[in-house]
Design a protein around this ligand. Structure first.
Ligand code: URP
Ligand code: ZN
Ligand code: ZN
Length: 460
């Protein structure tokens, strides 16, 4: 099967030119002007449109047992939502509970995706405890194609690890060339502050921010950076939300600490006043770290523009507003954490980042595709438009105008955090390894066709 994308304006992380793209089977084979289509070729006219490399979300939760419930998407619904929004590869956090067997956890997470996902996928292996058996199993998991770990400095008693475990995980990662991704918040501070707030009768969703203010996140980042400095391990801070945390990471980088930084689309476009909405409406906007004061948004946009921050993810974690968020009706610490955004990341980055002049098109491609592929050992198979790369392509229509609504979304969750927000542009045609998987907001792909992407560690 072959595919020809004609007359598009190709935008990569560092170039912009008009050309046609020919794909044979699953791969890009030729890029040139005035290519002609052999008989039987599917031709897509991209006149007036951009052609981007398929976008990669480096931080999603599809299968997530968490806070006494399960996140709502499956690989069937989640991969459809990803593709409709232009995301062709997912990197999911594999998060076995502390009491669970690490290798069995890995196998369980993979089994949720294989034969179900319509887009390609891989995992960050969650290290939620560390002992001799975990170490043996982590070595085996790396042999099976995983090149990144995930650790939590938050969520005491659930996913969180102690400092001895942190040190040993980083030592092992350094030996194996694995990058360690980390949720950075000081869990003791969160626990103590939460108790104080609840004791004072402060139970509403807006208090979530007070339980974990910027200093709590900055301390978590500083903590990780100290351990990274002493072990030499490559690290990556997930969902960085504020200036205080960014300052710590950048200072460590200046000392030679190896650290990549991810922010989220939610922190770029939402602020803490959303979580303070009355009548429990704020629960829709509860996640960790929390949405911050609006002044942080320009810091994060500038960080992307200037290359201080490498990637934009979603931390997609969908919990229904009607049935799941109310678990924390009288106690904000029990509100399942997460703001679903998988489907909207690229469209929001374009409308609220590129169209407003905060970032350019190349930065969009870099932070949502190419840098992700580079950080996580997928480049140049993913994140590139060049012969030999997977034919994961997004034909993007900058003339589209529409609004976001839960009524029309593919994500399996009963609300949208961006209800009624205007969009100026969206993915028009999305291909995965040469097959058209979404068109103008509708899924047209094949469930189960998504592949597990085996990765080789490179962060020695
Ligand atoms: O609020 C969040 N971030 N939910 C998902 C779990 C995590 O911490 O990544
Ligand atoms: Zn997290
Ligand atoms: Zn997460």
């Amino acid at each position: 099967m072959s595919l020809l994308i004609k007359n598009g304006e190709i935008i990569t992380a560092d170039s912009r030119y008009s050309a046609d793209i020919h794909c044979e089977g699953e791969t890009i084979t030729r890029i040139d002007r005035n290519l002609t289509a052999p008989a039987g070729t599917e031709v897509i006219d991209a006149t007036g449109k951009y052609v981007f490399p398929g976008f990669i979300d480096p931080h999603v939760h599809i299968y997530l047992p968490f806070m006494g419930t399960f996140s709502k998407d499956t690989y069937e619904t989640g991969s459809k939502a990803a593709l409709v929004g232009g995301t062709t590869t997912l990197i999911e956090m594999c998060c076995p509970a502390r009491a669970d067997d690490t290798l069995k956890g890995f196998e369980l997470w993979i089994s949720q995706a294989v034969g179900k996902s319509a887009c390609d996928f891989t995992f960050h292996m969650g290290v939620t405890k560390f002992n001799e058996q975990t170490e043996t199993q982590l070595r085996e998991i790396v042999r099976r194609g995983i090149s990144s770990f995930k650790i939590f400095l938050a969520y005491k008693g659930a996913f969180g690890i102690d400092d001895t475990e942190l040190y040993r995980t980083l030592k092992l990662a350094k030996e194996l060339g694995v990058v360690v991704t980390a949720h950075c918040e000081n869990e003791t501070l969160v626990a103590e502050r939460s108790k104080e707030l609840l004791a004072a009768g402060k139970t509403d969703p807006g208090q979530h921010h007070e339980s974990r203010p910027p200093a709590v996140e900055a301390e978590g980042v500083h903590h990780l950076m100290t351990f990274a400095e002493l072990t030499g391990a490559a690290t990556y801070i997930v969902h960085l939300s504020c200036k205080e945390a960014l300052d710590q990471a950048v200072a460590a980088r200046q000392r030679g600490v190896r650290v990549g930084i991810e922010t989220l689309i939610q922190y770029l476009v939402l602020d803490k006043t959303y979580a303070e909405k009355p009548d429990f409406e704020g629960a829709k906007y509860v996640m960790s770290p929390p949405l911050r004061d609006a002044r942080n948004q320009s810091v994060l946009w500038h960080g992307l523009r200037d290359g201080l921050i490498q990637t934009v993810a979603t931390d997609h974690a969908p919990f229904d507003f009607q049935k799941q968020k109310p678990m924390g009706k009288d106690d904000f610490t029990k509100i399942p954490n997460g703001i679903p955004s998988l489907e909207e990341r690229v469209n929001l980055l374009y409308t609220y980042g590129v169209k407003t002049g905060k970032i350019d098109l190349h930065t969009l491609v870099s932070v949502a595709s190419t840098q992700v592929a580079k950080q996580f050992d997928l480049f140049p198979r993913k994140g590139a438009i060049q012969p030999g790369a997977d034919a994961d392509l997004v034909v993007f229509d900058p003339h589209y105008r529409g609004t976001i609504s839960a009524k029309t979304q593919a994500m399996n969750v009963d609300y949208s955090a961006f209800e009624g927000w205007p969009l100026e542009g969206r993915a028009s045609v999305v291909t995965v390894r040469g097959q058209v998987a979404a068109r103008d907001g509708k899924f047209t792909g094949t469930l189960g066709r998504g592949q597990f992407l085996k990765r080789k560690p490179s962060h020695f």
